[in-house]
Design a protein around this ligand. Structure first.
Ligand SMILES: Nc1nc2c(ncn2[C@@H]2O[C@H](COP(=O)(O)OP(=O)(O)O)[C@@H](O)[C@H]2O)c(=O)[nH]1
Ligand SMILES: [Mg+2]
Length: 205
């Protein structure tokens, strides 16, 4: 997949305010500060596209970016940011879950995990909820530059194996660094494959 053009479209406060067309979309979620916006910028080769911040918890809206005028990348607010009030976080969680359950164009959700961390309850609960809700997703490990290559691989494998206590089949996963552009081709190729599969299914249907 070659990204020739990436443009911000809209920040929506609810799923009803998201773009009204049928273009396919891929969304990014994870804890605040895990590196969602940085990853979108890295994939698009466009530093200022999605707003990144050293201060967690800044994105409160569903942000759509249109790629090659054909499909969307979507930057979602982070879940589980302790410094937000319970009421604000509960509203955000509701908005995120409505988007995930209702948005038909969403063909894959990327769940971002900091590769340095062991499996945490909040990520695990979220992923188990995706399973129960039958939402297609994959895992992106972020900030691999903070560890050596072998250690990042080892952590990612251990994290994935941790799912096997309740998951029969593991979702695809990618190890990335926005700083070093690690994993860019792999993620973009995966996006291309998912879109090709869907277009073929459409043609057969
Ligand atoms: N070293 C390193 N830092 C990163 C990477 N990705 C993001 N960061 C930093 O982590 C912080 C949060 O990133 P951001 O993309 O805003 O996270 P978001 O809240 O999930 O959107 C920022 O200070 C980024 O510079 C990475 O791949 N490597
Ligand atoms: Mg962000």
């Amino acid at each position: 997949m070659n990204i020739k053009q990436a443009q911000f479209v809209i920040s929506a406060p609810t799923v009803a305010k998201c773009p009204h067309d049928s273009k396919l979309e891929f969304a990014f979620i994870g804890r605040s500060n895990v590196g969602k916006s940085s990853l979108i910028n890295m994939l698009c080769n466009h530093k200022g596209l999605a707003k990144t911040s050293a201060t967690p918890g800044k994105t409160l809206l569903i942000n759509h970016f249109i790629i090659n005028k054909e499909w969307y990348l979507v930057d979602l607010p982070g879940y589980g940011y302790a410094k937000r009030s319970k009421v604000v976080q509960a509203q955000l969680d509701k908005m995120i879950r409505s988007y995930i359950l209702q948005r038909k164009q969403l063909v894959n959700l990327f769940v971002l995990i900091d590769v340095r961390h062991e499996q945490q309850k909040i990520d695990r609960e979220f992923i188990d909820w995706l399973g129960v809700s039958a939402i297609p997703f994959s895992i992106i490990f972020t900030k691999a530059d903070k560890l050596g290559r072998a250690k990042a691989q080892q952590n990612a494998e251990a994290w994935m194996n941790g799912l096997l206590d309740s998951w029969e089949e593991l979702p695809p996963y990618f190890i990335t660094s926005s700083e070093k552009k690690t994993g860019r081709e792999e993620v973009l190729d995966y996006i291309e494959r998912v879109m090709t599969d869907i277009n073929e299914q459409d043609r057969k249907a």
